[in-house]
Design a protein around this ligand. Structure first.
Ligand code: KIV
Ligand code: ZN
Length: 386
C-alpha cells in the first residue's frame, strides 16, 4: 500500500504574500472552495493577525470548506495565537501554525536572541496554541540552514510540548536536494519522539530546487508537503502543488500518493493566475502553455507516430484538452501534413513538397503559422506539369 502524502496548500498565505497578488476575501473563498474540490488536505488560509482582511478571510474560509483542515499562521507570540484561535472558531478542523527561527543567522540577526531562548519560546508557543484546542503545527523557520543537532533538539522539545505536525522549512531555498533529504533523515534518526508527529516539508525556490527538495524530503519520510498553485510565493516562489502531485502520480515506484484530483490542476492554475494577476510562464511544468506543445520537426514526427515518444503525461490527466503541434520554421512535413489533414486537406507527394516550401517562407516571416495561413497555402498549389 502506497503511503498517503498530506497536501498542505499555502497559496492563500505564502502565495498571497507576493507583491501585487493580494486577494479580496470573496476571491480567497472562491479559491479555497476549488482547493477543496481539488482534494487538498490542509488549506493555510492566512496570517490572521497580519490584517483585518486576513482575519476575515480565515473566518470566511473556515465557514466555506468542510473537508480540509483550515490553518492560520502565527509567530510564537500570545497575541498572534489568540487572534488565530479566534479566526479559526468556525473551522470543522482548525490548525494553528506557529513557530520561530531555528538557524543561528535568524536567532542572532532576526530575534537578537540565543538558542536556549528561542527553543523555550517555541515550546511555550506550542503549549499555548495547544491550550486553544486546535491541532498545532510548529515551523522551525530557516531549518535548511540550522545546526542539525540543535534542530533535532528543538523538534524533540516541541513534539514533547504537543506539536502534531513539525514543519522543516528551507525558508531561503538554500539546500541541495540530497542534503535536504539527509536533514529529514537526520531528524528521523535523532529525534526520539519523531513518530508522535507528522514531518512536513516546506521549500522555497531561490535556486530552482524547491520541488526536488520536497520530493527528497518525502522520500526520507516526511508525510506532508507544503505547496502552492503555480509555485507562487515569496521571492522565487514555493514548491508547486501540481509538480509534486504529478511526480508522485508518474513515479508510482516511490510508493507515495496524494488525494489530488489531477484533472482539476489546469483549471485551478488558470483561476489562481487570473485572480492573482500572475501569469504562468509558458514553459512551466504541468500547467504552462507549452507543457504539451510540440514544435520541432523531430519531436512532432515522433509524437505523431506515438504520443509516448515525447509525452510522459497524458494532457487529459491534468485537465488539458489535448496536446498541440505548433507550426514554426522548425516543423517538418509530417506535422504540416497532419495539420492539413485535420483542416480537411489531403495533400501528398510533390504537392506536399510545394506547400512545405511555401510554408517555410511564411514561417520564417511570421514565426508561427496558423490555420488561416494553412488554408491559403493549401488552396494555392500551382497545377503541376505531369
Ligand atoms: O518559509 C517559511 O519558513 C515559512 C514559514 C512561516 C512556515 O513560510
Ligand atoms: Zn515559506
Amino acid at each position: 500500500m502506497a503511503d498517503k502524502i498530506q497536501i498542505f496548500d499555502t497559496t492563500l498565505r505564502d502565495g498571497e504574500q507576493v507583491p501585487g497578488c493580494q486577494l479580496a476575501t470573496e476571491e480567497k473563498i472562491t479559491i479555497a472552495r476549488e482547493l477543496e474540490a481539488l482534494g487538498v488536505d490542509v488549506i493555510e488560509a492566512g496570517f490572521p493577525i497580519s490584517s483585518p482582511g486576513d482575519f476575515l478571510s480565515v473566518i470566511g474560509i473556515s465557514r466555506a470548506v468542510k473537508e480540509p483542515v483550515v490553518c492560520g499562521l502565527t509567530r510564537a507570540k500570545q497575541e498572534d495565537i489568540d487572534v488565530a484561535a479566534e479566526a479559526l472558531r468556525y473551522a470543522k478542523r482548525g490548525r494553528i501554525h506557529t513557530g520561530i527561527g531555528s538557524s543561528d543567522v535568524h536567532i542572532k540577526h532576526k530575534f537578537k536572541s540565543g538558542r536556549e531562548q528561542v527553543l523555550e519560546q517555541g515550546v511555550w508557543a506550542v503549549q499555548y496554541a495547544k491550550s486553544k484546542g486546535y491541532e498545532v503545527e510548529f515551523y522551525a523557520e530557516d531549518a535548511g540552514r540550522a545546526d542539525l543537532p540543535f534542530l533535532a533538539q528543538m523538534i524533540e522539545a516541541v513534539i514533547k510540548a504537543g506539536a502534531d505536525v513539525v514543519n522543516i522549512p528551507d525558508t531561503t531555498g538554500y539546500c541541495l536536494p540530497h542534503l535536504y533529504g539527509k536533514r529529514i533523515q537526520y531528524l528521523f534518526d535523532h529525534v526520539s519522539n519523531i513518530d508522535k508527529a507528522i514531518v512536513s516539508v516546506h521549500c522555497h525556490n531561490d535556486l530552482g530546487m524547491a520541488t526536488a527538495n520536497t520530493i527528497e524530503g518525502l522520500v526520507h519520510g516526511a508525510r506532508q508537503a507544503e505547496v502552492t498553485i503555480n509555485g507562487i510565493g515569496e521571492r522565487a516562489g514555493n514548491t508547486s502543488l501540481e509538480e509534486v502531485a504529478m511526480i508522485l502520480k508518474t513515479h508510482q515506484d516511490l510508493g507515495l500518493h496524494t488525494n489530488i484530483k489531477s484533472e482539476k490542476l489546469y483549471g485551478i492554475s488558470k483561476l489562481v493566475s487570473s485572480m492573482m494577476r500572475m501569469p504562468v510562464q509558458p514553459n512551466k511544468a504541468i500547467v504552462g502553455a507549452n507543457a504539451f506543445a510540440h514544435s520541432s520537426g523531430i519531436h512532432q514526427d515522433g509524437f505523431l507516430k506515438h504520443a509516448e515518444n515525447y509525452e510522459i503525461i497524458n494532457p487529459a490527466d491534468v485537465g488539458v484538452n489535448s496536446s498541440s503541434i505548433v507550426l514554426t520554421a522548425r516543423s517538418g512535413r509530417a506535422a504540416l501534413k497532419h495539420r492539413l489533414e485535420v483542416l480537411g486537406y489531403k495533400i501528398e507527394g510533390q504537392e506536399l513538397d510545394i506547400v512545405y516550401e511555401n510554408f517555410l517562407l511564411v514561417a520564417d516571416e511570421k514565426k508561427q503559422v496558423n490555420d488561416q495561413d494553412l488554408e491559403v497555402l493549401a488552396t494555392n498549389i500551382p497545377v503541376l506539369a505531369r
